[in-house]
Design a protein around this ligand. Sequence first.
Ligand code: PAF
Length: 275
Amino acid sequence: MQIIRDLPTLRTASAAARSGGRRLALVPTMGALHQGHLALVAAARQAAETVAVSIFVNPLQFAPTEDLSRYPRDEDGDLAKLRAAGCDLAWMPDVPTMYPPGSATRIEIAGPAEGFEGTARPDHFRGVATVCTKLFSQTQADVAVFGEKDWQQLQVVTRVAADLDLPIRILGHPTVREADGLACSSRNIRLAPDQRGLAPLLPRLMQTALDAIRAGAAPQPVLARATQQLLEAGFVPDYLALVQPETLAPWQSGPGRLLAAARLGEVRLLDNMAL
Ligand code: PAF
């Protein structure tokens, strides 16, 4: 596996990987890799001859109130996992490489970036859209693979790629879950043992709510009851909402996505499921 930290080397490696009509797939990450990321690497391997994984903790998507320095980092562990997973290129820029002094261009997005995480974390998707656009341009990847775990992010990146006519295919990969149903996330390691024990209640209640809605119950009261149950269990729920999968407008009929965010202590858990 080639570890690359500067743009000229990345450009040479990308050109070599894409020569003769071969494809390059990118898995953008912020490190602290877990099974979910490794499933994205495996999906990328199916989609292209060469797999690149970027590791960059993007300051632009953290609010000043969010502690960027506390984001889990484990470069050696991440590289060992990527080697074992068969990654070909690890793209590991530092902050001045990604945002050189004087950098002033940002990608603004409305539509699917509005509401939910966009409300809870203003400017978050501006940071995500900007860094993903840069990562696509830097790597010249043909395909990028994102986890469905961050459903809103997947819709945002898909929208950006379409709106900016970026020559890249965005692939979503189903959420990978722990044996007890909790969605894999880099944040899970920050849960205290009692919180970790409680956390799978979130996907369980989501599943129960979806079963009731599928059986014909009206979504509003079902979601209100699930929210109350989360509160009583010790979560601080932020939202539990049934939306249209791509626009995230309120669900009317047909395919839907149940989005959830709830805090357990200091850890914000996100999850989503298809109706
Ligand atoms: O999902 C993440 O890890 C990040 O938001 C991403 C897509 C790598 C952009 O920094």
